[in-house]
Design a protein around this ligand. Sequence first.
Ligand SMILES: [Zn+2]
Ligand SMILES: [Zn+2]
Length: 312
Amino acid sequence: MSTSVNRRELLAATLGLFVVPALPQLVTAQSPRTRLILLGTGGGPRPRKTVSASAQVILVNDTVYVVDCGDGVARQLVSAGVSLTKLRHVFITHHHSDHNADYGNLILLAWASGLQTQVDTWGPPPLTRMTKLFFEMNSYDIDIRIKDEGRTPLVPLVRTHEFSKGGVVMQDDNVKVTATLVDHPLVAPAFGYRFDGPDRSIVISGDTARSDALVHLAQGADVLVHEALWVPAVDQIVGSVANASTLKKHIMASHTAADDCGRVAEAAGVKTLVLSHLVPPDNPMITDQMWIDAASKYFRGRVVVGKDLMEI
Ligand SMILES: [Zn+2]
Ligand SMILES: [Zn+2]
């Protein structure tokens, strides 16, 4: 760390600049109690160098609520400074691998890191079966660690909760969580979630075409994290596959264009729109300002382009 600071200072001296050393973010009286950190902001299952797959964490009073478990979610939580041993709730919006590939891994690795307390997981079927099979697949490691390291048995710690309809799905001392069915063919059910915390409300769209149900769910929310598609890039995305036109139609029918994200945010009357699950996630030709301009055509509030590990 000191090396990088020295380099920065050296560079600053060379350029005649004054650099304030980076400080950890201070929690002030104004900091929201209901915290949101984007863990992965890229859409699609392809692992990438610079952008992680879909995942968010909401923190209230030290309780950890993870929403979606794309590739790398456990490591991203560690990078965000969230202790894996405090994992308490995991929500899955839908069963596409860019949202659930590391669902089991997150729980297993949290346990291997010292988690000893109950974890509740929430989402559409077949969540319970997936959980059971995951533990079965990893039973060798789990059993060895229980014997070798004296760990608390993992399987009894995890409780799954499946649901196929919208409504209030969970409530505790910190948050009320409401789900709504969104429109993401061919995946059904697929959910968006709203977290009403002590001081803020946060909505996570999941993957969806432009959705009136989501507009309803997000009414008056402080923050709406909405998946966003850059339509002109779709031809490039599907270009190399044999059934390009079918695939393009499918992508357009199951995701939301960036300007439509603005329409949804405006109709819902949210304060802040966060564009995330960006497709394409890593095209330098599409600048943040382009995403913002597209969403701002129809939305008068604040637009943020999501970045991994950004806190909102
Ligand atoms: Zn997705
Ligand atoms: Zn999806």
